[in-house]
Write a protein that binds this ligand. Sequence first.
Ligand code: ATP
Ligand code: MG
Length: 245
Amino acid sequence: MIPKSHPRYVSLMTRELIVEGVRKGITSTQGLIAQGRGEAFDYLIGEKSTQSALAAEKVAAAQLLLAKRPVISVNGNVAALVPAELIKLGEIVNAPLEVNLFHRTQERVDKIIKHLLSLGAQNLCTGSDALIPGIDHERSKVDSKGIFYSDVVLVPLEDGDRCKALVGMNKTVIAIDLNPLSRTAQCANVTIVDNIIRAVPNISKFAGELKGLSKEELKEIIREHDNKETLSFALNEMKKTLDLL
Ligand code: ATP
Ligand code: MG
């Protein structure tokens, strides 16, 4: 048991959730390494949502609300860390969830689907009848009525190659990635440099607040966003943390 008084309680509990995900067979062992890499960057932003992260989360909410066919992609880490929060976001912005794994096995896909259903998910895309062009077979499988058909896709943690391929399909790709230097972060249309455990509830909060706005007002929020600038702000926030030491 990790005592609540521990100064890094949240981070340690998050680690426990990922380990539990591996034990349940919903998270891959490689997912442990990805989480470790993310934690290092989280340290550099002070383990809190920075100004640039909050700005990107608001833009993500506007994009999802404006989308005609938004989809939320779920991988093994996300399913272990924020399954209920993603279900809630999906309900707010009216987007289905689709399991989309880098280290794909049908067994793990089925386990994640069961996990999401047990938590009350009602809107799931479960097909694997379409392929993302230019990606090798197993990694390119998607639902023809889900990610394949989407206009806006939220990929909380995505591989760089697939992120690029989705952008190449003319989709608006929103990535959550603590590493502003990763290929995923660099090629997404909207990059949120924040921990998914904070980012997903923040997007939901913004989506709730923005729901009453007109299409024009939502478009204005999107027009003001410059992803390259957001990434350089995120790097500067990390640099400031280092300068303080
Ligand atoms: P590239 O994108 O350049 O192909 P990569 O960074 O994707 O390489 P991975 O280890 O597969 O390599 O990616 C995991 C990514 O997810 C890392 O960039 C890491 O910072 C990020 N990450 C891991 N855990 C979290 C988390 N909890 N919240 C947000 N981002 C996370
Ligand atoms: Mg990546």
